[in-house]
Design a protein around this ligand. Structure first.
Ligand code: NAD
Length: 479
């Protein structure tokens, strides 16, 4: 009999009211496992447990928090190969990418183990003689954490670790498609010895468990990563009841390639940024904005590299691109390739559904050339291995096109000109800027987030995470 992976509510492993099968997108006959799905009452019980645990946890010793977070980090790192395999099996990114993501999750927990000991306040002279003013940070309370499927362990880690670090209690709802990594992470957190109710795992549907968390006044803050549509609707409800909200959403990230670029660097940045992880990254470079003097050489060199990429089983040695995560995402990718072509772009490379020995959702990396920035395929997030090349005259036009988007997560430029690189860093309307580097792939100890339609609320990661996961208090004393 298949083992049922249960939810963790109020210190107990608890069966759901429903069960979901976790399917491997590289091999649709492979069931990764069976996972409980909670109903509203179970979400309610998790919130109640978190609420009840908060008074004691919020006052807990920082050394205890530091130790437990460090223990979680070490346990993740010790199992990175096994957990990386699980992640790649359920999500479809390649094994090296899966192992890399798990290692990153381990490092994040260890980082916030250190941060627990570093939270400082300020003492300032009052305008009134003899009065002391202290500014301190306190935990917010119960944090609802809602995550997407494309980073099944790193995104949960970069929300759960700071939440616990600063003394908050957590109700964690992972994405339906990837409960395996979430459950394994929860198991490690549980074994680190957090008191009952401090951490709760509630796997289930967004429309059931997610909605329950959004509506409940006992949940003080919601940290969400996912699509723009879900994020917007969720924020409207949460803000209406004055909850603190942090949203990380989609992107339509530009990679600008200038005439003076080193061609191999430009191709590396485009291949990595647009197509690795099957293009299923919020930071993917889906718009390649290329100046006229290098345009044709760049497309020729990029096409050569794409032809060499091996699309196949995520777990197989030598695979460069795993499958698309599921059939509805594959349909979306194909629909957008069709939309781009009908709008006038040319499908210069790929975009074909591929047969492999095992049935999965395989798509060859697709390059649309002759695109304009007005096309829907250039404006809306596709979230697959699909990139559009937009030809521009020179730097000024490239910058204008790069900024002409509803999103603003990351933006890259490939150039050997210090003048243009420096100007782009300042003038690009995105949260993260990459010079001669892919738009995707960021460090775990510095702030992550965007502008415009990509993000809402304070930054995630690094010491900047405390902005969301703490609340400021100003205290006056007349000794
Ligand atoms: P999604 O919006 O469909 O789902 C995200 C989460 O929200 C899931 O856990 C889902 O169950 C939950 N949810 C769905 N409906 C809900 C509701 N009514 N109430 C509460 N919760 C609900 O997104 P996805 O398809 O899982 O992820 C892909 C998206 O995530 C892409 O748009 C991508 O750009 C974005 N993303 C952004 C970042 C970032 O940091 N900016 C990182 C990774 C992914």
């Amino acid at each position: 009999m298949t083992e049922l992976h249960r939810n963790f509510i109020a210190g107990e492993w608890t069966a759901g009211t429903d069960v979901a099968k976790n399917i491997n997108p590289s091999d649709l006959s492979d069931v990764v496992g069976e996972y409980a799905r909670a109903d509203r009452a179970q979400a309610d019980a998790a919130i109640a447990a978190a609420r009840a645990a908060f008074p004691a946890w919020s006052m807990s010793a920082v050394q205890d928090r530091a130790n437990m977070l460090d223990t979680v980090g070490n346990a993740i790192l010790a199992r990175k190969d096994e957990l990386g395999r699980l992640l790649s099996r359920e999500e479809g990114k390649t094994l090296p990418e899966g192992i890399g993501e798990v290692a990153r999750a381990g490092q994040i927990f260890k980082f916030f183990g250190g941060e627990a000991l570093r939270l400082a306040g300020e003492k300032i002279a009052s305008v009134r003689p003899g009065v002391d003013v202290e500014i301190t940070r306190e935990p917010i309370g119960v944090v609802g954490i809602i995550t997407p499927w494309n980073f099944p362990i790193a995104i949960p880690a970069w929300k759960i670790a700071p939440a616990l670090c600063y003394g908050n209690c957590v109700v964690f709802k992972p994405a339906e498609l990837v409960p395996g990594s979430a459950w394994a992470l929860a198991d490690i957190i549980v074994k680190a010895g957090f008191p009952a109710g401090v951490f709760n795992l509630v796997m289930g549907k967004g429309s059931v468990v997610g909605e329950a968390m959004i509506a409940d006044r006992r949940v003080d803050a919601i940290s969400f990563t996912g699509s723009v549509a879900t994020g917007r609707a969720l924020a409207a409800k949460a803000v209406a009841r004055m909850a603190k909200v942090q949203l990380e959403m989609g992107g339509k990230n530009p990679l600008v390639v200038l005439d003076d670029a080193d061609l191999p660097t430009a191709v590396n940045c485009a291949v990595n940024g647009a197509f690795f992880s099957t293009g299923q990254r919020c930071t993917a470079s889906s718009r390649l904005i290329v100046t006229a003097g290098i345009h044709d050489r760049f497309i020729a060199a990029l096409g050569e590299r794409l032809a060499k990429l091996k699309v196949g089983d995520a777990l197989a040695t030598g695979t460069d691109l795993g499958p698309v995560v599921d059939d509805s995402q594959l349909k979306q990718d194909l629909d957008y390739i069709g939309i781009g072509q009908r709008e006038g772009a040319t499908l210069a490379f790929g975009g074909q559904v591929l047969e492999r020995p095992k049935k999965g959702h395989y798509l060859s990396p697709a390059l649309l050339t002759g695109a304009t920035n007005a096309m829907r395929s250039s404006r809306e997030e596709i979230f697959g291995p699909v990139a559009s090349v937009i030809r521009v005259k020179e730097y000024d036009e490239a910058l204008a096109v790069a900024n002409d988007t509803d999103f603003g997560l990351s933006a890259g430029i490939v150039t050997t000109s210090l003048k243009h690189a420096s100007h782009f860093k300042r003038a690009s309307q995105a949260g993260m800027i990459m010079v001669n580097l892919p738009t995707a792939g960021v460090d775990y100890h510095v702030p992550f987030g965007g502008r415009k339609g990509s993000s809402y609320g304070p930054r995630e990661q690094g010491s900047y995470a405390r902005e969301f996961f703490t609340v400021v208090k100003t205290a006056y004393t007349l000794p």
